[in-house]
Design a protein around this ligand. Structure first.
Ligand SMILES: CSC[C@H]1O[C@H](OP(=O)(O)O)[C@H](O)[C@@H]1O
Length: 353
């Protein structure tokens, strides 16, 4: 059973407070859009798909309570705009906001306020199931593609950050590929980086791996290139916060240098991302806004200072990997594509082989 980052039933939402993991398993109630905004901003909830899902579910909870009165469309628009401002790099929340707003405006032509609220709630609740189904397709497509490229019985994967059930509605993206390989009995080992400064790897990916008996070894970010040289890594598989039209990909900071090391060692580098994490409106990675987070997240851990007081800090939460370094491909729920094929694949002009 994979971990539940999100507990939802109509009218009620709880999220696993990821700031307290791995030592405390605490679910916080999300009773409003503002609660969700604060949970996302503080990274109690994080992960591109999970941010969009929790944001939209918080709107569903308020709509279930009658929010918006006689003008729910205005309430929906203002809520989605607010939620999208919480974290700028991941595209999923902004995409969901755009698609949901279009749906709500169309529905408002034919439905009264109460019917509109119910219709929007149903649209949002469908996101949960869609995300898990997409992730299982990503897992299976990715596992098959990686296995097709190697003669060996089992494979070793290096991954970064957390891209599992704690970053999505369940199963995960890059970690979903690892889960699929493990489920096929073809995973020898996963190496997961600790992923400074928020430690999504040591706190969250390690937590998921231990909980499910996935063979995994934790390494520091600075050990990644050495691990690629010494540990017979079959592939590097990472997640994404925003994949743009030419395949350039924004992901957790540290991803770019993993791609460089993978290139040097001739190891295929994959990005695993649902189409909801893709943004064809941007031509290249130069256009992606990179969130810069508070210095304290780098200079302290659990409130304990680990840096010289007064030192200046640069703390970008993401970096951009050029599409030329994504040598294995981009693993989506539609199949695995080269960066150069992505736009055609996402616009339905290309199907997976
Ligand atoms: C399912 S991919 C999640 C993606 O989001 C993470 O960032 P954060 O933990 O800051 O939300 C990381 O970039 C992952 O690859």
């Amino acid at each position: 059973m994979t971990l539940e980052a999100i507990r939802y039933r109509t009218g009620s939402l709880q999220v696993l407070n990821q700031l307290l993991l791995p030592h405390q398993t605490v679910y916080d109630d999300i009773r409003s859009v503002q609660d969700a905004f604060e949970a996302i901003k503080s990274m109690k909830v994080r992960g591109a798909p999970a941010i969009a899902i929790v944001g939209c579910l918080s709107l569903a909870v308020e709509l279930r309570a009658g929010a918006g009165g006689d003008d729910p469309v205005t309430f929906i628009r203002e809520s989605l705009c607010h939620l999208t401002s919480a974290r700028p790099t991941a595209v999923n929340m902004g995409r969901a906001a755009r698609e949901l707003m279009e749906f709500a405006e169309n529905e408002s032509m034919e439905k009264n306020s109460e019917q509109l609220r119910e219709s929007v709630i149903a649209w949002i609740e469908d996101m949960l199931e869609r995300d898990v189904n997409d992730n299982k397709k990503i897992g299976n497509y990715g596992a098959q593609h990686i296995l097709s490229g190697v003669p060996r019985d089992s494979v070793t994967i290096l991954t970064h950050c957390n891209t599992g059930s704690l970053a999505t509605a369940g199963y995960g993206t890059a970690l979903g590929v690892v889960r699929s390989l493990h489920g096929l009995g073809r995973l020898k080992r996963m190496y997961c980086t600790e992923t400074r400064p928020y430690n999504q790897g040591s706190r969250l990916t390690a937590y998921e791996a231990v909980a499910e008996g996935i063979p995994a070894t934790l390494i520091t970010d600075s050990m990644a290139a050495l691990t690629m040289r010494e540990m017979d890594i079959t592939a590097v598989v990472v997640g994404a916060d925003r994949v743009v039209a030419n395949g350039d990909t924004a992901n957790k900071v540290g991803t770019y240098q993993l791609a460089i090391a993978a290139k040097h060692h001739g190891i295929p580098f994959y990005v695993a991302a649902p189409s909801t994490s893709c943004d064809l409106s941007l031509e290249s990675g130069r256009d992606i806004i990179i969130e810069v987070r508070p210095p304290e997240e780098l200079t302290s851990i659990n409130g304990v200072s680990i840096a010289a007081p007064g030192i200046e800090v640069w703390n970008p939460a993401f970096d951009v990997t050029p599409h030329q370094l994504i040598t294995g491909g981009i693993i989506t729920e539609l199949g695995v594509f080269l960066p150069s094929e992505l736009q055609a694949a996402l616009t339905g002009r290309l199907t997976a082989l």
